[in-house]
Design a protein around this ligand. Structure first.
Ligand code: KG4
Ligand code: ZN
Length: 353
């Protein structure tokens, strides 16, 4: 019954969790820094790193206490080794290394994206290989998950991630940060047909994404409103129109990815959606319809495991440790860490991965 302590500090959430045998979450705490970053309309890396540093020790002590465990009872400690805001990643890596060194337990540096990618195995026991749509604040990718540490990237964004487009749309509308949940809530009462927004990349060959044009179209639409003023109705309609455009774009790209992956993996039966944007109920519904129409099933983790958390890091650590893939205490935190290092580089302004 391996007991793993997981730590996540790569962005603006300090996550600590203890997980038994991968599935049983004994204790889990996510401390959000939203209030600290709110006034800046986005995450400020230096402030994030400092906040992780102030929080993480106490949080580890609380989570261990709530689980009723001593450090020497752990079978491993896993932390996000990258990619992410490097100051925060360093805080998590140093904390985990110290625990591992003092108590002589194995250490695993997990790729944050692998944490998102493998969560569906924790929640739904999904078998390899599967098709993964990874949609978060920093990334928007389609990958074939062949096994632990083994990914084939089919597509990525050539500019913004979808999470960024949600966050910027929210900012333009004065909805605050983080934008995804606010846009989703406002869209609920909106008319998705009122504003004709573009469906980026729809019908184009391949599986790449693009969202900067959609973001610009939202800005133009706002400027086109009488006196540039956004009423409650405009807000709801614009959020609903934005979400519909994002949904059409995702569905089109996933349809292409399913066609592509079936050539190399004819038996593939699961589409997994993961990352913060996969918490969006409307987009989950759209992806579920698409998967069904293609004879596949959609698996999307519960919303609290879509956004950043340490349970997914403990799980990714366990997956690695049980394959003997532990890391040395000389592991260097990585600001960039692509899941598929062999993927041909995507070109476009602002390509991130
Ligand atoms: O995975 P995540 O927590 O952090 C990264 O690894 O980036 O994703 C954060 C992103 C943010 O852009 C946030 O606005 C978006 O996920 N998000 C959502 C929703 N909840 C979070 N986007 C759309 N709808 C949501 N309900
Ligand atoms: Zn994430």
């Amino acid at each position: 019954m391996p007991l793993i302590l997981g730590i996540e500090t790569s962005c603006d959430e300090t996550g600590v969790a203890v997980v038994r045998n991968g599935r049983e979450v004994l204790s889990n705490e996510v401390a959000s820094q939203i209030d600290v970053h709110k006034e800046f309309g986005g995450v400020v890396p230096e402030i994030a790193a400092r906040a992780h540093l102030e929080t993480v020790d106490g949080q580890v002590a609380r989570v261990m206490g709530a689980a009723g465990l001593r450090f020497d009872q752990l079978d491993g400690v896993a932390t996000t080794g990258g990619p992410g805001l490097i100051g925060g990643v360093i805080v998590g890596v140093m904390t985990a290394k110290a625990i591992a060194a003092v108590h002589g337990i194995p250490f695993a540096a997990a790729n944050h994206l692998e944490g998102h990618a493998l969560t569906a195995r924790l929640t739904d026991d999904v078998r390899f290989p599967y098709l993964l749509l990874l949609v978060s604040g920093g990334h928007c990718q389609l990958l074939v998950v062949e096994g632990v540490g083994h990914y084939t990237r089919l597509g990525t964004t050539i500019d913004d991630s979808l999470g960024e487009a949600f966050d910027k749309t929210a900012k333009m509308l004065g909805l605050g940060y983080p934008g995804g949940p606010a846009v989703e809530a406002a869209a609920r009462t909106g008319d998705a047909c009122r504003f004709a927004l573009p469906r980026p990349m729809r019908g184009k060959p391949g599986c790449h994404f693009s969202f900067s044009g959609l973001k610009t179209a939202v800005r133009q639409t706002i400027l086109g409103l009488p006196e540039g003023k956004v009423s409650e109705r405009d807000m709801a309609d614009l959020c609903a129109s934005f979400q519909a455009a994002a949904g059409d774009s995702l569905a089109d790209r996933c349809r292409h990815a399913i066609e592509t992956v079936r050539e190399s993996h004819p038996g593939i039966e699961t589409l997994v959606a993961a990352g913060g944007v996969a918490a969006n109920a409307y987009l989950r519904e759209r992806l579920s319809e698409l998967a069904e129409s293609a004879g596949m099933r959609l698996v999307a983790p519960p919303q609290r495991l879509c956004t950043d958390n340490a349970v997914m890091i403990a799980w990714a650590g366990l997956e690695r440790l049980r394959l003997g893939m532990s890391d040395g205490l000389d592991f260097a935190p990585r600001p960039r860490w692509p899941l598929d290092p062999d993927a041909p580089p995507a070109t476009g302004a602002g390509v991130k991965a």
